[in-house]
Design a protein around this ligand. Structure first.
Ligand SMILES: *[C@@H]1O[C@H](CO)[C@@H](O)[C@H](O)[C@H]1NC(C)=O
Ligand SMILES: *[C@@H]1O[C@H](CO)[C@@H](O)[C@H](O)[C@H]1NC(C)=O
Ligand SMILES: [Zn+2]
Ligand SMILES: [Zn+2]
Length: 447
């Protein structure tokens, strides 16, 4: 080996050493340690570069709301932004869904989720970016959820070389009763994913605060519809008919006893009959009556039991009145979702991380809500954590509740949502690699 060859080898090795220093890498890349992450990410999320960008994306999506599994333009916009950021993704997943990947491309994997769909209702807020699609509105804040997850994507992408694994960004269709989360799970997106985090904006909680709880957070939801058949006839000759109106009335009353007499008073449940249709004339007993409603529970066992009892009560109570009944749980039209149950270990982790990002006094404990979220489908598959992000600012006025035609977003909340998403994922990857196993196999939740 000659002298020149040695010189060359020396130069190359030095060059390699030199290039592994941050100074040599992509100008947009910055290195960050676990303890620096919360402050650095929040500052970045508040910078005009990220904040203004999130706001403009959210307004664009708000102007063009799309219903479940029809989020084609929303999905296109997301993909265009991911392309600009240089983030790789899978598409289509569950019709319109987009799943991005940031980091090493290898295990461990941690997922973040945003839903993309709007509601079929008319926006009543008069402002520059009002919905341009009549009868459709982002009245649940899913436009804001997409913007904040893209904000997190931008932050994470700038720090991609510090990530100790891969962050999976799930832009999900059809949260509002379409079971979009279930289709994402069925598509195998959560394979090898260790944990998933999701948030929802909350108009009742001050901006800069978050709230959640361990265990059951939101209810599981089911729907039912029953047809009660009798034999129609003249109202003045009831003994020649079999009256389904009377039978359906008994059924409604009997269904009320499921919660008041059969359920544990400490295990919250709801059964509501919200639909009762039958007859049209004052002097005709109809052939049949249709009733329908919803039921809610906080545990899967209770859910299964209540569903079984609803069916039994309807059929057997109809029989008492000589009627026949069929019960449909509308599982394809209105897929029910399981209860949203937060993983215990992730609750501790969330308290720590949110405390570091927002200050511990801004991390609140909340009571369970009877509302529901299809995020629960992810939590059935892997450990997951769902929390609420504050939007309230009294000096800006009152923010109406979700699903109101007057619903508005306080965009000031975006930096907190984006920074939380990014920090929860980045720090979790570090914890998985250093403190293995963070999520013990013996964890259990109520599902
Ligand atoms: C109920 O179903 C049985 C069995 O199909 C039938 O014989 C009966 O006529 C039905 N009764 C009514 C009220 O529809
Ligand atoms: C609340 O709104 C006022 C008026 O727009 C603003 O000055 C203030 O910074 C806001 N507070 C927070 C916490 O965002
Ligand atoms: Zn909603
Ligand atoms: Zn929602």
């Amino acid at each position: 080996m000659g002298f020149l060859v040695l010189i060359r080898a020396f130069l190359i090795s030095n060059l390699l050493v030199f290039c592994s220093l941050p100074i040599c890498s992509d100008a947009s890349f910055s290195s960050v340690s676990a303890s620096e992450i919360p402050e650095k990410f929040l500052n970045l999320a508040k910078s005009p570069e990220v904040f203004d960008w999130m706001v403009s994306i959210r307004r664009k999506i708000h102007e063009n709301p799309e219903l479940g599994y029809e989020e084609f333009e929303t999905s296109k916009l997301i993909r265009a932004e991911l392309d600009k950021l240089g983030v790789k993704y899978k598409y289509p997943v569950a019709v319109t869904g987009v799943v991005g990947y940031i980091g090493s491309g290898e295990a461990p994997f941690v997922a973040l989720r945003a839903d993309m769909d709007a509601l079929s209702m008319q926006e009543m807020v008069e402002w520059k970016h009002k919905s341009k699609n009549p009868g459709k509105m982002h009245a649940c804040g899913h436009d804001a959820h997409v913007a904040m997850l893209l904000g997190a994507a931008k932050i994470l992408q700038e720090h991609r070389e510090s990530l100790k694994g891969t962050v999976v960004l799930i832009f999900q269709p059809a949260e509002e009763g379409g079971g979009g989360a279930k289709r994402i799970v069925d598509a195998g997106i959560l394979k090898n994913v260790k944990a998933i985090f999701g948030l929802h904006v909350s108009p009742g909680l001050p901006v800069g605060k978050v709230s959640s709880r361990h265990g059951p957070l939101l209810a599981g939801t089911g729907f039912f519809e029953a047809v009660i058949s009798g034999k129609g006839g003249h109202a003045a000759i009831p003994h020649h008919s079999i009256d389904p109106i009377l039978a359906a009335s008994y059924i409604v009353v009997s269904l009320q006893h499921l919660v008041s007499r059969e359920a544990d008073p400490l295990d919250s449940q709801v059964v509501t009959v919200a639909k009762f249709q039958g007859g049209g004339a004052f002097n005709v007993i109809p052939d049949s009556v249709v009733i329908g409603g919803t039921f809610r529970t906080f545990s899967k066992d209770t859910f299964v039991h209540l569903k079984m009892r609803i069916e039994e009560v309807i059929i057997q109570q109809a029989a008492v009145q000589r009627c026949n009944a069929t019960v449909d749980f509308l599982s394809s039209e209105k897929p029910c979702c399981p209860p949203t149950v937060n993983n215990e270990a992730l609750h501790q982790y969330f308290q720590n991380v949110a405390g570091d990002v927002l200050g511990i006094s801004n991390v609140e404990h909340m009571q369970p809500l009877m509302g529901s979220e299809d995020f629960s489908f992810y939590q059935e598959a892997i450990p997951g954590y769902f929390y609420f992000l504050g939007m309230k600012n009294e000096t800006k006025g009152k923010f109406p509740s979700p699903h109101s035609p007057y619903f508005e977003i306080n965009e000031d909340a975006f930096p907190f949502g984006a920074a939380l998403h990014a920090t929860l994922a980045a720090r979790h990857l570090i914890e998985i690699q250093t403190k293995t196993p963070l999520i013990r196999d013996d964890h259990h939740d109520e599902l």
